[in-house]
Every structure is written in structure tokens, then in C-alpha cells.
Design a protein around this ligand. Sequence first.
Ligand code: MG
Length: 382
Amino acid sequence: MKITDVKTIRLRALIPTEGQVFSRSGVRNTRSTTLIKVATDDGIYGLGSASGNGELIEFIVARVLKPLLVGMDPTEIDEIWDTAYVRGGHKEFGTRGIGVVALSGVDIALWDILGKVRGIPLYQLLGGKVRDKVPVYATALYPEAPSKVAARARGFAEQGFHGVKIKVGFDLDQDIRIVRAVRQELGKDFIVMTDANQGYSVEVGIKAAQAFADAGAFWLEEPLFVEDIEGHAILRERGNTPIAVGENLHMSYAFENFILRGAVDFIQPDVARAGGITEIRKITALAAKHNVPVSFHTWGDGVALAASVHLSAALKDCIVMELDYTYNPLREELLREPFKVEDGYLTPPERPGLGIELNPDALQRFAFAGSEDLAIRQKTLA
Ligand SMILES: [Mg+2]
């Protein structure tokens, strides 16, 4: 069996005004993602997802990865990593960053192929299920009046979600008011996470972490710039709120640096960014060795979500998984059978590989070949 093609499929959906949220990068009015399709000479194909700038991913796949991979056996995944990263690829696109993102999408597609070849679902390839269904928490609380955020949080709790995450990292006083309002609304036992998307300095982060600890926050996510490992270690020691990091880390080496320097309590690798399923297995093995729980970050689309659900079902040390629950047709409409949250759980598909099929109508509607429109996202409400 040989790889005959490695294709990128760029998608973008516009978000109507009522679905837009005010994030750290401004008002979000589009959602975009890049799928990877690996074709083979016997008709089996694999799907993957790469979460990053689509133009750059497309370029790296076309100019570096596809020429290296065409003709190789897609089921020899370690051999492909050796060619595409260790001996070859990293010299072209670096050891971290967008090249690893592109490779993540290719790797997910290879595991999809392997599952289809063997006729078993991905979770089975990963050693079998340790849980039949995966508990998820909702990421959908962005800055608004504290009473409004609290009311939304109540809605997610009533739908059965296992936790809610509040976006902070804006104005500290406002952040604290919102976190307190949500805690008051949901009572003392409900899981409430906070996520600063790298928005604080060490000094402000310590104050935030202390205030969030008083409000019983489960964790403070990405308080600081992702490369400031020392800052995270200081914050962890002085802030009293557990620290979660990982959605912007690539390859197990980056996670190892955080873990060995005592800078993190929960790690949150993203399968469509950190190095695909192959690297996630190394990351989770490392985390298990150091007793650091794993909670997968998910963001872009239904394909990445499928991979994350299989991983969360199969890997023992995974706790509650993230589910972005903001407006996103690339999550809700991209698959023929979209994932549905039932009482706060997602269930891995039983068909071979990822166990998903794309909806051709959605592919057509969301096809996108233009430039990534960063300027739009940089507008802020300020
Ligand atoms: Mg986050």
C-alpha cells in the first residue's frame, strides 16, 4: 500500500453577529480550519485536521510533506515520522510551530488509514477504551456583564456539562467579578475553569490566581506568554490556583520542559497542533510518568474533535475534555453524523479509524482559498 497524494482542504465559516464573541484577539467573526486528506493506491483514504494558518499549512504540505511522503507505506507511521520530521522535515520547517501543525494533520490521517486497514476504531488501536463516554466541559463564556455570564454558565450546567470555562485575561477587576458571579450562581462544587489566553503579566497573574483560588477555580489556563516557563513556575507557587498549559505547545519536548521545571498542574495538548496522535501518545506517557493529568484542548472542527474523543476514551490519565461550544458550523455541520453532547458526554464512533465521513455539502459551502484575514480578527471592542 502506498501514499498517492496528500491534500489540504481549507475551510472557513462566517459567524453571524449574534454568534460572535469578544476574545483576546478581538471580535471573532470567522472560524477557519484546514483538513488533510491522505490518499492511497488501494482507495482507502485518511482524514486529519491541522489547526493554524491555512495558507502556511497548505504551502508546507505541498512543498515539503507531500513530496517526502508520496510512495511511502501509510501504515508505517514511525518510518514516516523519521522521514517527515527527524531526518528530513524539521530542517525545512523547524522543530516546533507551523510545520509541526501541518504534520499533526497528516499524522491523524495516517492513524485513520491504519484503523481502516485493520477494520477497528482508533480507540482500539490506542489500546482500547478505558471509558465508554468522555466527560466534556463547555468553553463558551466570554466577557459580558457578570450576571449575563453567570446566567449562561447556569445554562451549561443544566445541559449536563461537567464544567464551564470562563475567558479572563482582560481587566483584572472585571475578570474577578465575573468568576465570582459564576461561582455564586453554580454553587461551590461545580467545576469552573479560567483561561487567560496568555493575557497576564506575572505580577497581575499572581493576583488573579489568588482571587480565582478564593472563588474555587479548578485551574488558571495559559496565564502568561507560552514561552515564559519560569513565570508559570513562580505563578504556580504563589498563586494557589493550579496551572493548565498546552494548547500552544508543540511536540513532547515542550511539555517536558514545563513538567520538569514544575511549571504546570494540568497539560492540554491539542492533537491538531502538538504533533498528531503519534506525538500525543508520547506526551501522555510523559504526563503519566510525572502524575500530571491531561485534558485535551480542542478547537477547530469535527475531524479534530473525533480524534480527541478517541484519545480521551482510550488514555487512562485523561480527565474532562474541552468542548468549544461557541458558534462553529465547522464543528456542527462538517460531518455526516455530527457529534452530539448527551448529558455532558461525547461517545467515540465505532466505525474503523476515526469513524467519520465528511458532509460534501458543507465542504462546498465552507471551501476557502483566500488569505487568512487576520486584520478582521484584530479589531477590538475597545
Ligand atoms: Mg485555552
